[in-house]
Design a protein around this ligand. Structure first.
Ligand SMILES: Cc1cc2nc3c(=O)[nH]c(=O)nc-3n(C[C@H](O)[C@H](O)[C@H](O)COP(=O)(O)OP(=O)(O)OC[C@H]3O[C@@H](n4cnc5c(N)ncnc54)[C@H](O)[C@@H]3O)c2cc1C
Length: 589
């Protein structure tokens, strides 16, 4: 059963009408990325999602991956290998990678849209190329030219895949506790010894070779996070011989069953240093930043599928009569979409999904502009936005993506809870996105502890200016005023933080998740005002149906009615600070 259609109108409206992504083609680097080209590529990706990835999704969930302890090998579910082959042959692996290594050098923003389509149709599948993409970014930025020549071509082509090996049994969030060791060898390589756990794509049968990026400690390394180095450790060495890194087993998980999550044993495996000794965490951050935005998109992708399935269901399921009189008088009952309770659940999904899509694409646009804009000052400002928004996108989209799928399930009643329908899988698959790539609690600490203070504390100012710029063109005064309420609450919260948290880090840590949510909701408010405004422009009315465009305006009104009270409540909650939380002694829990 095909239950997902690529939301091309919504994607194109957001990209080209609201965010003016066409401006990327004015940058020298992206001269070929015209709206026509990007639209054509997105359409092709939609077909890949609907016709290749979606059909393999069910087997991924029900069969999962299987491990053979004799050979330490992992077999993926039926259809995955073939889907990967199609994906690789069509060139999707190297979309944004440098042409120097066989990539297409296209904008990250384009990849964001493709990632959404992949995650909506088969999240487990998307994990494999997702990790490779992170490895490509880290090697491109930090590896020596020699290592780049050796590894990037095959990774970019998708012949090889990549992993990210940080976590160990005693060390998750706190990477300073890493025990994996790297012993220098006479030939300039290193012998890597240790055990990594929960490694996505650590072993599988879809590629010729797997390239592990591994955090380990040199013999004389300082304690803690300043003593971590990054190494590239291939499964097969370049001469074709087997390296001594083996999969020791698979995790049994709540969801993303089609994605192999492995224990990886490094038994004196040969590796090569990436970047400088003891600076590995900085290199790994390149990979993690790309991955964090990608994980945010996972939340969005799953939520979109949940919305589509629950909306179709609500239009067809007949139960009860509308309280304002029958709407389907010839049938035995009305479709449940007539009931206010069901409409509320559907519309919450709609405003969150479409607002979140605009937020993450807007961040993706700035990611590209931060590299490609001809003006240096604008490049820096775009990078400010990316830095500030990365934790916000990751945490908000994964939290809200999960809650959105929960609303989808509730719309469907008991049917949603059964495996006959795909929504319970979305919930199981989506739960992990709130945990990996740094838990959402850690994202909030990143926002408050690092991003607000970065570059002399200028990031909030850049953000405010960008929000005001977007609002300047909005004609609807009510929407503008409503956005003013969001921005006022957010800035009051920042003032409170300055007065109360600078000398008391516990205050900052306590209110961090609240502030992160305020940033997300304020961004959505401004983007909803802009989407509603754009829906009335003559150039837009020519391209989209009137229902589509009126839906945008009504959704904007609904967003403000739902979330204006919340932003004010968040301000009050934030300014209550830590007292009622930190006052508890251990025995009082
Ligand atoms: C399916 C799956 C795939 C994964 N893939 C990979 C992978 O490919 N590579 C890899 O290296 N790892 C991977 N991981 C590991 C993942 O990144 C970690 O689970 C995650 O970073 C959290 O670490 P932890 O589970 O040890 O939780 P912990 O660090 O033990 O944290 C537990 C709780 O305490 C909170 N907490 C911890 N420290 C602090 C603090 N200082 N301040 C405030 N709160 C704190 C956390 O927010 C969390 O709520 C994967 C995990 C899973 C389940």
């Amino acid at each position: 059963m095909s239950y997902y259609r690529a939301p091309l109108d919504n994607i194109n409206f957001t990209l080209f009408d609201v965010l003016d992504a066409g401006r990327l083609a004015q940058c020298e680097r992206f001269a070929e990325a015209t709206p026509e080209t990007l639209k054509a590529i997105i359409e092709e990706a939609g077909k890949l999602a609907e016709n290749v990835l979606l059909p393999a999704n069910k087997a991924g969930d029900s069969q999962g991956c299987s491990y053979d302890p004799e050979t330490h090998s992992v077999k993926t579910a039926d259809g995955f290998k073939e889907a990967y082959q199609t994906y690789r042959e069509a060139g999707w692996s190297g979309l944004t990678a440098s042409p120097e290594f066989g990539g297409q050098g296209l904008p990250h923003l384009l990849k964001f849209t493709i990632d959404e389509l992949v995650c909506s149709s088969n999240l487990s599948f998307g994990m494999y190329p997702g990790l490779s993409h992170g490895a490509i970014s880290a090697l491109t930025e930090h590896a020596s030219p020699e290592l780049q020549q050796q590894y990037l071509g095959k990774l970019v082509a998708g012949d090889w895949s990549g992993t990210m090996c940080l976590t160990e049994p005693q060390c998750g969030t706190d990477l300073g506790l890493i025990r994996t060791r790297a012993q220098p060898a006479a030939d300039g390589s290193y012998e890597i010894t240790g055990t990594k756990i929960w490694i996505t794509g650590g072993e599988h049968d879809m590629v010729e070779n797997i390239i592990h990026l591994v955090l380990a400690k040199l013999p004389d390394a300082p304690e803690g996070t300043s003593g971590i180095s990054l190494f590239v450790v291939p499964k097969f060495l370049l001469d074709g011989s087997r390296n001594t890194v083996f999969c020791g087993g698979l995790e049994h998980k709540m969801g993303i069953n089609g994605s192999s999550t492995c224990v990886m044993n490094f038994e004196g495996a040969r590796g090569w240093l990436v970047g400088e000794p003891n600076k590995g965490l900085r290199c790994m951050f390149t990979m993690m930043n790309a991955a964090r935005l990608m994980v945010g998109i996972q939340g969005l992708g799953l939520a979109e599928t949940g919305y589509q399935v629950s909306l179709d269901f609500a239009r067809q399921r007949l139960q009860g009569r509308s309280v304002s009189g029958p709407k389907n008088p010839d049938g035995p009952a009305d479709p449940i979409i007539v009931h206010p309770n069901v409409r509320r659940m559907l519309l919450r999904q709609k405003v969150i999904i479409e607002g979140s899509r605009a937020m993450v694409y807007w961040t993706g646009l700035h990611l590209d502009l931060s590299h490609a804009d001809a003006d240096e000052d604008r490049r820096h400002k775009s990078d400010d936005i990316v830095q500030l928004m990365t934790p916000v996108v990751k945490a908000f989209l994964t939290d809200e993506g999960f809650f959105s799928c929960d609303q989808a399930l509730q719309v469907m009643g008991g049917a949603g809870f059964t495996r006959d329908w795909p929504v319970e899988q979305l919930l199981r698959d989506g739960r992990i996105a709130r945990i990996y790539e740094g838990t959402n609690g850690i994202q909030a600490l990143d926002l408050v502890g690092r991003k607000l203070l970065m570059r002399g504390g200028r990031l909030p100012g850049t953000y405010n200016a960008e929000m005001n710029d977007m609002l300047a063109g909005v004609g609807n005064e009510e929407h503008k005023q409503a956005c003013g309420v969001f921005m006022k609450s957010l800035n009051n919260a920042l003032t409170w933080l300055m007065s109360n948290a600078m000398t008391d880090p516990e205050q900052a840590a306590t209110v961090a998740p609240i502030l992160l949510r305020m940033y997300a909701l304020t961004t959505l408010a401004v983007l909803w005002a802009k989407m509603a405004d754009q829906s009335q422009k003559p150039e837009t009315t020519e391209q989209y149906s009137s229902g589509f465009l009126q839906g945008k305006r009504k959704a904007a009104n609904h967003f403000f009615s739902l979330f204006t009270p919340e932003i004010q409540a968040l301000e009050v909650e934030l300014s209550a600070g830590k007292d009622t939380i930190m006052a508890f002694a251990d025995e009082e829990f």
